[in-house]
Structure formats: structure tokens, C-alpha cells
Design a protein around this ligand. Structure first.
Ligand SMILES: [Zn+2]
Length: 135
């Protein structure tokens, strides 16, 4: 059964999954804070580490500075975020010791660009091979 999460700009992914901890196909409820970040590592099974900048105030100088924050989030099968993707995460109940966030959207961009670059490289290599054959 597909469930709408009721958030602006968040659509149900095109793929299906049987993950119990999926906000669209399982019975996970979303609440709390929402962040956008870049996936730094997707080596975990059904989990990702994301990183983003956070503004914090330095009282002494009355100014703001950026601080990098890392957090682990659950990565459902229907989204499958990979390294380098820009994703949106939202808070949920704790899923494991460190995971209390879930990936709810994969923003188009970063990952697609990386794929295209790889394809171009392959094409160039093929052309070189063909030239070498002609000689
Ligand atoms: Zn799902």
C-alpha cells in the first residue's frame, strides 16, 4: 500500500519496496526536523551518512560561522541514494542506535552528473581504440 506523507514537494518514489521502515510503503511516521545534505557514504546496509553546513553563533565576535554536521539516516530500497547525491532527510522515531532520520527525497543533480561524466569518459576511450585500429 502506498502512503502519501503530506509534505510539500515530496512525491512518492516510482519504485516499490517492502521495507517496513519506509515512509511511503511501510508504517514509519515522519515528524520533527528536516535537513538537506550530500551523501558522504552509502556503505551501510540500508543506511547513509549525510553531511551539511549549519550556522552557529560565536558570541564573543557577534558573528556567524559554518559548522559541518554529519548524521546517519535510513535509506529505503525505493529511494536508494548513492554517494554524492543531494538528499532530503526527515526525523522519525529511532530506527537503530544511530539512525533516527530517513531519506525522503533524492534531489536530481549530483549523482546524474557523475553518471554522465563516466559515460563521456567511456565514449572517449572507445574513440581512441577505434583510431588505434585504423592506424
Ligand atoms: Zn518504499
Amino acid at each position: 500500500m502506498v502512503k502519501k506523507v503530506g509534505l510539500k514537494g515530496i512525491t512518492v518514489p516510482e519504485y516499490d519496496c517492502k521495507d517496513r521502515n519506509c515512509p511511503f510503503h511501510g508504517d514509519l511516521r515522519l515528524r520533527g526536523r528536516m535537513f538537506k545534505g550530500i551523501v558522504k557514504s552509502a556503505k551501510m546496509e540500508k543506511g547513509v551518512v549525510i553531511e551539511f553546513d549549519k550556522l552557529y553563533k560565536i558570541a564573543k565576535y557577534e558573528r556567524f560561522a559554518n559548522k559541518k554536521t554529519k548524521l546517519t539516516a535510513h535509506n529505503p530500497d525505493c529511494i536508494k541514494a548513492k554517494e554524492g547525491d543531494l538528499v532530503t532527510v526527515m526525523e522519525t522515531r529511532p530506527i537503530s542506535k544511530t539512525k533516527s532520520f530517513v531519506v525522503i527525497k533524492k534531489e536530481a543533480g549530483t549523482h546524474k552528473v557523475i553518471i554522465n561524466e563516466d559515460k563521456n569518459k567511456e565514449v572517449k576511450v572507445e574513440k581512441k581504440v577505434k583510431k588505434a585500429e585504423k592506424k
